[in-house]
Design a protein around this ligand. Structure first.
Ligand SMILES: Cc1cc2nc3c(=O)[nH]c(=O)nc-3n(C[C@H](O)[C@H](O)[C@H](O)COP(=O)(O)OP(=O)(O)OC[C@H]3O[C@@H](n4cnc5c(N)ncnc54)[C@H](O)[C@@H]3O)c2cc1C
Length: 536
């Protein structure tokens, strides 16, 4: 039996999209909530309809066995999965497919591929799960290269060893989230790292993009899970030492965490793991407006209690996720532990939120003997969170613009940033003719010194011009974020799409230092060109 394969244009596996009833619900919600008539759904393209440019390069005989120029392989690796990517894929627009896709079987294959790319002037693009939302895997590298070769890590996907004593797991970079958890679960362990893209993103991709899971505090980014790394660069291979901590100079693995394939290919990592939580206590606390709940979110972030969830949803966000009725904001709070019940922590958090104007509801406690997952607002929110990527494809087919953007900012500037971003989003969408629109927001993560606000836009698009419309709005909000003291990304990474704002955000001298590191590790500048840093 053939396994379903990944959709070459949309989210997930072919044939596993949204259901008919989900489609009908979305159309009805667009009508009633926005007063907009959704377009009749267009049909997605078939692989046989695509007319891809002929490959400009031919892999040498020794590499031919691991290389493909099959149209499906080239289309699948032409984009990540941002809104812009899904629209272009859906319309069958593939101006820059990789010329060749390679599937290395081991590290020796990767060394041979990088040697070949360096000597032949071919751009090499590392590819994990292809869920980048910032143009990180798109082979749009200009004309300076003989061609583009995407290096897909899916054959290096083993979970090699679990060190239960030190609580760490050794994993190959191409491993998808669920495959690592399947090995850890019987041992009572977990990475506790759940990006929304968990099912289809890889350990190597998380490390290369500094991905963030959905837990709201403490180890939010993968950075803190990484104990050591193994990397193949065009200049050689390096392995960092496994250590719980070290004060020995700048940490070598930190240079590669977030390097987005521009310095080399992560082939393996030791990641810290934890006992699986067995107790969970949660509540949904209602507030009037979003701004009424930010004080409680800040108080909890600064309380030293470190809730696993501390997600403030604005009224519309709560409504769309089924976590509220749209009349007020909702703060979802939860504590988890592998060791002891969490009633006391939740009671304290609820008391704190009540003091700051919240109305707590849906207080739930679960222990090791309770089988059911989280119900109520938290359960509804979680369900909506996991279905969202499939539903986005349906909205694209109906001609709707639907995308998210995110940042992080210190508390002293967060209110002003929020005002500036909402104003810029409205102005940008109106200028683009994408109005009436819905712009919702939530805090995905909260730190003692500031929140990570996350915005979702749903707007009517003009078929064929939606990308230009979205780009106008995205430029306006990105300008507002950086001008308001935020970062261009809390966890989506830089890629090609965020480069202009990343360049403004980082110190020039740092950019030169990074360029110098790249010149040593990648002397022919063939690794993922256009991402992070350009040749001098
Ligand atoms: C619906 C959806 C939800 C998402 N939710 C989240 C979320 O909750 N949190 C979050 O952080 N992100 C999220 N993302 C973004 C994306 O999933 C992350 O950036 C993820 O870490 C990418 O992993 P990947 O394996 O798919 O990498 P890819 O998309 O394949 O690659 C991403 C970048 O890393 C490089 N790269 C990949 N593998 C390697 C390697 N082994 N060595 C060197 N470089 C490599 C690529 O060249 C590229 O620059 C989401 C994306 C989508 C579409």
């Amino acid at each position: 039996v053939n396994e379903p394969r990944r959709s070459f244009w949309g989210w997930g596996l072919e044939g596993v999209g949204a259901t008919e009833s989900e489609r009908a619900l979305i159309a009805a919600a667009i009508r009633t909530r926005m007063g907009v008539e959704p377009g009749a759904p267009e049909r997605p393209p078939r692989i046989d309809d695509l007319r891809l440019r002929r490959p400009r390069i031919t892999p040498p005989g020794a590499l031919a066995a691991i290389c493909s120029t099959d149209p499906y392989d080239r289309a699948l690796h032409a984009y990540g999965r941002s809104y812009r990517d899904v629209v272009r894929g859906f319309r069958g627009l593939f101006p820059n497919p990789p010329d060749v896709v390679a599937y290395p079987r081991d590290e020796a294959d990767i060394v041979r591929l990088l040697d070949h790319c360096s000597s032949a002037g071919i751009a090499a693009i590392p590819f994990g799960g292809g869920t980048s939302v910032v143009g990180g895997v798109e082979p749009a590298v200009g004309e300076a290269f003989a061609g583009t070769l995407t290096i897909d890590l899916s054959r290096l996907a083993g979970v090699l060893k679990v060190d239960e004593r030190s609580r760490a797991v050794r994993v190959q970079a191409g491993a998808l989230g669920p495959s690592v958890e399947r090995v850890l679960a019987p041992l009572g362990l977990s990475m506790r790292h759940y990006p929304q893209s968990f099912e289809f993103s890889t350990v190597g991709g998380w490390i290369a993009t500094r991905a963030s899971g959905h837990h709201a505090t403490l180890r939010t980014h993968v950075d803190d899970l990484v104990e050591s790394l193994r990397i193949i660069t065009p200049a050689g291979t390096l392995q960092t030492r496994r250590l719980p901590a070290s004060g020995a100079g700048p940490a070598p693995d930190r240079l590669f965490i977030g390097s987005e394939g521009a310095l080399g290919i992560v082939t393996e990592a030791w990641l810290r793991v934890q006992p699986r939580p067995r107790w969970r206590s949660s509540a949904a606390v209602r507030f009037g407006a979003f701004a009424d709940g930010t004080g409680a979110a800040r108080a909890l972030a600064q309380s030293g209690m470190y809730p696993a969830n501390c997600r403030l949803l604005d009224p519309t966000e709560a409504l769309l996720a089924g976590a509220g009725d749209g009349s007020g904001a909702v703060l979802l709070v939860a504590f988890e532990s592998a060791d002891h019940p969490q009633e006391a922590a939740l009671t304290r958090a609820v008391e704190c939120a009540r003091d700051l104007g919240g109305e707590p509801a849906e207080i739930r406690h679960r222990g090791p003997d309770d089988a059911a997952g989280p119900g109520g607002s938290a359960g509804a929110w979680r369900g909506a969170f996991l279905r969202a990527p499939y539903l986005r494809d349906v909205m694209v087919a109906m001609g709707m613009i639907t995308e998210t953007f995110e940042t992080a900012v210190t508390w002293d500037r967060s209110d002003a940033l929020d005002d500036a971003v909402l104003a810029a989003a409205e102005a940008g969408l109106r200028d683009a003719g994408a109005w009436p629109a819905i712009v919702t927001r939530r805090f995905t993560h909260v730190y003692a010194d500031g929140p990570a606000p996350y915005y979702t836009v749903i707007a009517p698009g003009r078929r064929g011009s939606e990308i230009g419309q979205w780009d106008l709005a995205k430029t306006a909000v990105s300008d507002a974020i950086v001008a308001s003291g935020g970062t261009i990304t809390h966890h989506h990474a830089v890629g090609r799409d965020h480069r202009p704002w990343y360049d403004r955000e980082r110190p020039d001298l740092f950019a030169r230092g990074l360029g110098a590191a790249k010149a040593v590790l990648d002397p022919s500048w063939i690794m993922n060109p256009g991402v992070l840093v350009d040749p001098p």
